[in-house]
Each structure stands twice: as structure tokens, then as C-alpha cells.
Design a binder for this molecule. Structure first.
Ligand SMILES: [Zn+2]
Length: 78
């Protein structure tokens, strides 16, 4: 289980409710697009994949009108 999402806008501090956001495997999408264009992208380093993997949350702040995406990282498995 990942920790709870943040409760405040990271930009202006307004209390907002973050919602769990279906994570897009964006790196895979980019790789597919590159292959469609005839390129052969190298595989991503594990570190980058880990950075892109996690529970993500999204919230629109009514105070500063910024849409924030945050990614919560799971603690490493022991
Ligand atoms: Zn804000």
C-alpha cells in the first residue's frame, strides 16, 4: 500500500482532495510511437522505469487553477 495522497495544493497550499489517477504507462506509449515511426528506442533504464511507476493522484486546485499530478512511490519490497 502506498501512503495517502497529499491533502494540499503544492503550489499555493489550498486544501484539495487528490483523486487516484489511472497511471498511464507513458514510457511504453512513447516507445510504441517511436516504433511506429520506424525507430527502435532503447529500453529504459530500470531507474527511470521505477520513477515512472507508482500510484498517481490528480487534483485541480480552485485557488491557483493548477492541475497537479503527484506520484506516490511504494516503499521498496523487503
Ligand atoms: Zn493551488
Amino acid at each position: 500500500m502506498a501512503g495517502p495522497p497529499p491533502q494540499f495544493c503544492p503550489w499555493c497550499g489550498t486544501p484539495i482532495a487528490f483523486e487516484a489517477h489511472e497511471h498511464e504507462a507513458r514510457h511504453e506509449l512513447f516507445a510504441e510511437q517511436a516504433r511506429a515511426e520506424g525507430n527502435d528506442p532503447p529500453p529504459l533504464p530500470e531507474r527511470v522505469k521505477e520513477m515512472l511507476t507508482g500510484d498517481s493522484y490528480v487534483a485541480a486546485c480552485p485557488g491557483c487553477r493548477t492541475i497537479s499530478h503527484v506520484v506516490g512511490h511504494r516503499p521498496p519490497e523487503t
